[in-house]
Design a protein around this ligand. Sequence first.
Ligand code: NA7
Length: 492
Amino acid sequence: MDSKEAAGSPEGLRTIIIGAGMAGLLAAIKLKERGETDFTIYEKGDSVGGTWRENTYPGLSCDTPAHAYSYSFALNPDWSAVYAPGPEIKAYFEGVARRYDLYPAIRFNSEIESAEWHGDKWHIRTKDGQSDSAHVLIAATGVLHHPSLPDIPGLSDFEGACFHSARWDHSVPLDGKRIGVIGTGSTGVQIVSALAKRAARLVHFQRSPQWIMPCPDTRYSEADKQAFREDAENIWQVRNGPEAAARRARFTNAIIDIDSPELAEIQQIVERNLEESVRDPALKQKLTPNYRAACKRMIFSPNYYRSVQEPAVYLENQPIERIEAKGVRMADGTLHELDVLALATGFKVDQFVRPIKIRGQGGLDLDTFWQAGPRAYYAVTVPNFPNMLLFNGPTGPVGNFSLIDIAEHQWRYFDQLIDLVRAGKCKAFAPSEAALVDYEARRNERAKKTVFASGCHSWYLDKNGVPQVWPWSWDHFTEVMSAPKIEDYVLA
Ligand code: NA7
C-alpha cells in the first residue's frame, strides 16, 4: 500500500496518543508531516521525555550510542559523548518537541484512566475528569515504566533515605555518605560507577553477577561535532556505517543462535574484559556469572570494574536476609550500616498500556484478554481492540537495539494501517485471533531457542520462563514492519 495514495484522506480522522515520551513525540511528528493536526497527546507528567524525565539517577546514560538513539529526521551533531548522559537526552526530546511545535498538542498532568471502544471510536477519560474521543488510539506508554520494589522483609523499617532508582530523591546528600545499591542491572551498574568516588562507603548488593561489555567512554571533541554539523553523512556513518552494521549483525546472530560464532565472540570479549580488568581473584570469582553472555540484557560499561575496585566500594554477594533500621542484614549475619539505600531493582515489565482500563469490542477488558500474559500480533496490535496501536508492545525487539529505530519502523507499519481508515477502506482494523495465535505459536517456539532462554533469570522472561521478546533477526523485524499483512486483519 502506498501511503501517498491515501494522503488525500477523508477529513475528520482524529488520533489520541498516550504519552509524550520518545514514541509519542514520534507519532505526533509523523502525523503532522502528513498534514494531520487533529490529535492530542495525553501525558501524565508535567514535561516530555518519558523515561528520561523519570530517571534522573547519578550516572544515567543510554546504553545505545547517542547517534543511533536519535530520530532519523532529527539528527543531533551536538551529542557530547558516544553514550550520552540522561539529562542531555531529555533536553534533546524537549528540543525536538519545540522544533516541531508539539507543545500546544500536549495535555500535561493528564493521566488517562480508561479507554473504551464504542461505535467506531475510542472514548477516553482522564483521572481529573477530562473526556475525549478519537478514531485511533496510539499507546506510547513505554516499556520500563512501573518501578518494581524488591520483596525484602523490613524494607519500610530503614531509617535512612530509601528510594527506587527511577524516583531518585535529589534532596538526599550523597558525598561522604554510606550508600547501598541493590541491583546489578544497567541501572545499578551506572549508579555504582557514578558514586564510587563520592561515597564514604558504597555497598553494591549483587544477587546475580552480570557480564559486562566494555565500551568506550568517548566524549566528542568540538572538531568531531563540527564534522557532524558540516556533513550529516558523518552521523549516518556512526548510525549505519560498517561498524554499526557489524555490531547489529553480531548481536542479532548471537541472540537467535546460541551456537553462533558471534555469541562465542561476545562471550570471549566479556570474559577477557573481566579477566583483564579485575585483579583480585576472589573479586573476579564473585563477578563471574554462571550463565552465557547476552542471556540477561547485555550491560555496556566503560568503568564498572574499575569502580567496584575503588577502596570505598564493597561488592556484597551474600543473600539479603532483611532490611533493618540501620541498614541491610545479610544471611551470614553481617549488617551493612547505611545512610542511603537505592533500589535499582528494575521495572514491572508486563504492564504496557496498563493500568489504563482498556475495553475493546463488546466491552472486552484488556486485563481479561491478557490474563495469561500480554500478547500482541507482531508486538503492535491486539485482536478485538480495533485501531489501537502499541509502540514497543509485548514481544518487541527490546534487546540492546535503539528503541527509537524500532519505533520508527513500527510507525511505518501503523501508518499503513491508518491509511485503510484514511482511504475509507474500513473504519476499524484489528488482527484476527487466528493470526495472533499463529504468531505466538511461531514466536514461542523460536524464543525458546534464543540466548535469553539459555539458563538465566531476567526481565525478558514471561511467567512461564519463555522469553517475551522478538526471537528473529533485526532484518526480519524491519521486513515485517515494512508492510502489514492485511489478510491477517479483520476490517470493519
Ligand atoms: P533490571 O535489569 O531489571 O535489573 C534489576 C536488578 O535488581 C537485577 O540485578 C536484579 O537481580 C536485582 N533485584 C531485583 N529484585 C531484587 C531483590 N529482591 N533482591 C536483590 N536484587 C534484586 O533493571 P535496571 O533498572 O537495571 O535496567 C532495566 C533496563 O533499563 C535495562 O535493561 C536497560 O534497558 C535500561 P537478578 O538479576 O534478578 O538476580
